[in-house]
Design a protein around this ligand. Structure first.
Ligand code: DAH
Length: 351
């Protein structure tokens, strides 16, 4: 190969390289172009290998052309590489582009659960009257849930039919508390008189859910023990509670009832919010049964080491679900636990 042919090759290859580089549409095509024009088996490399065989003068002349051609080729490849890179970047940005003018999606604002609303109201009414709020454990023992509450071993409430027992090796008789009344015992065991407490919480019974029963529901227990507490104090407290829950025109009615831990025991009804005692579809006879109450049984006081000669007290226990159903006319208790937003958003208590 003579020197002129060689120089012509370098120059031709330079032109070819510029065309290939510009035509490369992807990094892969560009790499293929680089191999084609500068690779070991390219015409350029072939000619370059033969430079050594030339006379010194020719070699210098051809070498200079080769160097310039190579530099131009490398520069063209680099230019194209950065063009391709910029284009790829632009594409990525375009794919990720956010339209700031689109209206946003507002996250729905939650509201308090109806049971929370009622529980808060009851607790607040009692705190305003100077009561303390206590919480007992959900897993109870036989003593606090039954024995100390004067519920004898043969009482039907003890049977597996009503209670959910918890198997803990070495600790027989543990169960999920069946009523918040257990908190009465724990309170009196841990402090002396006077006692003015409310205790809200979950209770558990072996029930199949239906419109008026759930296996897990909520109660608020109230206990007062002091010197000179009478049935009139119970009635006055209930009236204050009922009016704060259902409005100032509600009347309270007490009827006889039996609960082992009170004597006398009473069933407390409230005049129907719909017909005010006349009798209607909601209440039947004008009254709605609301809770159980009574004067604390002397034996219960003694069980907790309180002097039943000197002290008297009253207690009551109220179902929160029942109050919520009455307040809002909820026809089925199961609605309260299904978590359906269409139901829950109707109560609107700010979270
Ligand atoms: N513990 C009772 C229940 O679950 C309700 C009750 C009745 C509580 C009378 C009391 C009471 O404190 O005196 O049905």
């Amino acid at each position: 190969m003579d020197v002129e042919t060689m120089i012509a090759t370098f120059e031709a290859e330079r032109e070819r390289a510029l065309v290939l580089a510009r035509g490369a549409a992807t990094p892969e095509e560009l790499e293929a172009a680089r191999v084609a024009v500068l690779g070991r088996r390219s015409p350029f490399a072939e000619a370059q290998r033969r430079l050594g065989a030339l006379q010194p003068e020719d070699r210098r002349r051809a070498g200079k052309v080769a160097n310039e051609a190579r530099e131009a080729i490398v520069a063209a490849l680099a230019t194209r590489a950065s063009e391709l890179e910029a284009a790829a970047e632009e594409q990525l940005v375009a794919a990720d582009r956010i339209d700031l003018t689109l209206p946003g999606r507002r996250p729905p604002i939650g509201s308090l659960h109806p049971l929370t609303i009622i529980e808060d109201e009851v607790v607040e009414a009692f705190v305003a009257m100077g009561f303390r709020v206590v919480e007992g454990p959900e897993v109870e023992d036989d003593w606090h849930n039954f024995e100390a509450l004067n519920i004898p071993a043969d009482h039907p409430a003890r049977t597996m039919k009503d209670s959910l027992y918890v198997d803990v090796p070495g600790q027989p008789g543990l169960l999920l508390r069946t009523e918040t009344s257990a908190a009465q015992i724990r309170t009196m065991e841990s402090q002396g008189p006077p006692v003015y407490i409310v205790s809200p919480g979950r209770v558990f019974r072996r029930e199949t859910p239906d419109a008026t029963h759930l296996p897990v529901f909520h109660q608020v227990e109230c206990l007062v023990v002091d010197e000179g507490i009478t049935f009139a104090d119970l009635k006055g407290t209930l009236e204050a509670l009922v009016r704060s829950l259902f409005g100032p025109s509600r009347r309270v009615r007490l009827g006889p009832a039996y609960f082992p831990f009170v004597e006398p025991g009473a069933e407390v009804g409230v005049s129907c919010f719909r017909c005010d005692g006349a009798g209607c579809r909601v209440c039947g006879n004008g009254w709605i049964e609301l809770l159980g109450a009574g004067m604390v049984h002397p034996q219960v006081l003694e069980n907790c080491g309180y002097d039943s000669e000197r002290l008297t007290g009253f207690a009551f226990g109220m179902g929160i679900e029942r109050v919520a159903m009455l307040r809002w006319g909820i026809p089925d208790m199961r609605l309260l636990i299904e978590g359906d937003v269409r139901f829950l958003e109707q109560f609107g208590g700010a979270a």
